[in-house]
Design a protein around this ligand. Structure first.
Ligand code: DAH
Length: 342
């Protein structure tokens, strides 16, 4: 028996030596201390030992059992320690690593431009009114003095939803809506989207943005139009930017004008942007037609007003040197992320 215990102890030690994980250690434990293991076997053999030697032999087996289990638990502690350390070192955080970039959204360049124009106009005493993008033929055309056979009413330009309902072709539809329900004095701007059935090219799109401005009061004159326009252009482009007014025709103003600024790319020398004219068209404007005032129950003998309409994409194109209007609609982040003023 003693001999067997000695060889078992040796075998255990040699099995234990190569163990370096707690899982392997568990197999060694099962092998030696399990129900069918060698220590348990020795116990079974005890009954064959002569009675007078039995207590001593029992003690040897118990000592061996205890020794094995103490060795195992000491080794287990040691292994767990090593394993925890290596786990921790795997999990450790390298605080010198660069952080992950978070993508934050920002306003679309059209919205940024619109906000900038709105801010300037609010500073000049105007307030903002929004109007519907789906509107009646009346507010888009009739109230604005468009003759029934005016070419702008043509199906080619206008998206009709029904014979009387359409997608507004300009933000001027807000004029009559505001004027018929609010008495002068009125200083209003109205930003928004407008639609026209046009070919989509680098220079035109079916969907675009405008901002309408109008001022109605007693004694509003051309001088008010010029000075307000200049104050706006000074702020939006550059102080003292030269302007030019050309006679033009819009049914809802009389006289009607087109407003040009001196080309900001070539300073009037002539370039591709201004098609070698030295000027860039920026807005339509004029004195509100007496018929429009009458349509809104405003007495044209007592009141007068000016109005202008300006695209949003066009000033943005000029200001930022963009050469294709379609890019505004494409939502290409490489383009959009270049504008992060707000
Ligand atoms: N509504 C016109 C357009 O879309 C622009 C315009 C011209 C607006 C003259 C005005 C104006 O208020 O007075 O082409």
């Amino acid at each position: 028996m003693q001999q067997e215990i000695v060889s078992l102890r040796q075998q255990f030690q040699s099995d234990l030596k190569p163990v370096n994980t707690s899982a392997d250690l568990e197999s060694v434990k099962v092998k030696y201390l399990g129900k069918k293991g060698p220590v348990q076997n020795l116990m079974k053999l005890l009954k064959d030992v002569p009675a007078e030697q039995r207590p001593e032999a029992g003690k040897w087996i118990n000592d061996l059992k205890e020794e094995i289990s103490e060795t195992l638990s000491a080794k287990l502690h040691q292994l767990i320690n090593v394993e925890e350390k290596s786990q921790l070192s795997k999990e450790k955080i390298d605080i010198s690593l660069p952080g992950r970039r978070h993508f934050s959204g920002r306003k679309h360049i059209v919205t940024q431009t619109m906000d900038e124009i709105i801010d300037i106009m609010i500073g000049l005493g105007f307030s903002v009114q929004y109007g519907p993008e789906i509107d009646s033929e009346y507010y888009n055309f009739e109230a604005l003095n468009f003759a029934p056979d005016h070419p702008a009413r043509d199906m080619q330009d206008t998206f009709y939803i029904s014979p009387q309902t359409l997608l507004r072709t300009h933000t001027s539809n807000v004029q009559a809506r505001v004027m018929e329900t609010n008495p002068p004095p009125l200083r209003i701007i109205s930003p928004g989207t407008a639609y026209r059935n046009e070919d989509i090219t680098a220079r035109s799109h079916v969907m675009f943005h405008q901002i309408e401005a109008f001022y109605v009061d007693e004694n509003v004159s051309f001088a008010d139009l010029f000075s307000t326009m200049q104050a706006f252009l000074d702020k939006f482009f550059e102080p003292g930017i030269p302007t030019r007014y050309r006679p033009s025709y819009f049914p809802f103003v009389e006289p009607g004008l087109e407003v040009d600024i001196r080309c900001i790319s070539c300073n009037g020398q002539g370039c591709m942007l201004c098609k070698h004219t030295g000027w860039l068209e920026i807005a339509g404007a004029g004195m509100i037609h007496p018929e429009v005032l009458k349509n809104c129950n405003i007495d044209p003998e007592k009141f007068s007003g000016f109005a202008w309409g300006m695209g949003i994409e066009r000033p943005a194109i000029l200001k930022y040197g963009i050469n294709d209007i379609r890019i505004f609609m494409e939502n290409d982040v490489r383009f959009l992320s270049q504008f992060h003023k707000f």
